[in-house]
Write a protein that binds this ligand. Structure first.
Ligand SMILES: [Zn+2]
Length: 232
């Protein structure tokens, strides 16, 4: 199975041939192993992998700030949203924080240890699906192989999108996230519990403004506005 970053399709299953394990050769000046990419692609991926590592460290150190009490005092009460002590919503948020902390730490650790990245051709690699898939991670029996495959279409994205794609794939590789495509945001029926398992959420959380992403994707849905009372 591949878990991937696609332009328009999410979660497509592709049968894969039996694979041998991935080589992970570190060494040299970079801790990352980047193979089968041209020199410009190699330089670009190296810079992005280092940037991604720094970003994950920043996230890990910033995240503890966004406690339940912080959200209550800075968002829920000032915005007139529904707050109930010891509610399920509050417990879900605390569980969300713990899960996100595990995911981000696992991604940071893998990035610090060095990423194995391989460029592959959208023409010859069927998993690139003729350019629809930009990058992917292979899973065998639900265990990710520790290698990021980069399809040639990856490089046609903006620099910012390339970084998002790498975050997305790294979340598959480090935390076995899935391609839920933010489907857990369903208006009044939204449930934040699957968010830490969704590569699309991790990608946006990890590359955007942390406060804004929490507000937009988590707080907004977890603490809805109380229903309006009819005026007398
Ligand atoms: Zn994916």
């Amino acid at each position: 199975m591949t878990r991937c970053m696609t332009r328009c399709l999410i979660g497509l299953l592709i049968l894969l041939p039996l694979l041998t394990g991935s080589a992970h050769a570190g060494g040299g000046e970079s801790r990352h192993s980047i193979v089968r990419c041209d020199p410009a692609q190699t330089a670009s991926l190296k810079t992005k992998a280092n940037h991604l590592t720094e970003r994950l460290t920043l996230l890990r150190t910033e995240m503890p700030r966004y406690t339940l009490a912080f959200v209550r005092d800075r968002y829920v009460l000032p915005m007139g949203r529904k707050w109930v002590e010891d509610s399920e919503a509050n417990r879900n948020y605390e569980r969300y924080l713990r899960s996100m902390s595990r995911v981000i730490s696992a991604m940071e650790k893998d990035a610090q240890n060095g990423l194995a990245i391989e460029c592959t051709s959208a023409i010859t690699d069927q998993r690139c699906r003729e350019g629809e898939t930009l990058a992917y991670v292979l899973f065998i029996l639900n265990v990710p192989i520790k290698k990021l495959y980069i399809c040639s279409g990856f490089f046609s994205q903006s620099e910012e999108r390339q970084l998002s794609s790498l975050m997305h794939e790294l979340s598959h590789l480090s935390a076995s996230t899935q391609d839920l495509g933010l489907s857990w945001m369903e208006g009044a029926r939204s449930n934040i519990n699957p968010a830490p398992t969704d590569a699309y959420h991790i990608e946006q959380f990890a590359t955007g403004d942390i406060g804004q992403e929490l507000r937009r994707q988590i707080w907004f849905w977890n603490w809805p506005k109380p229903p309006k009372r009819p005026s007398p």
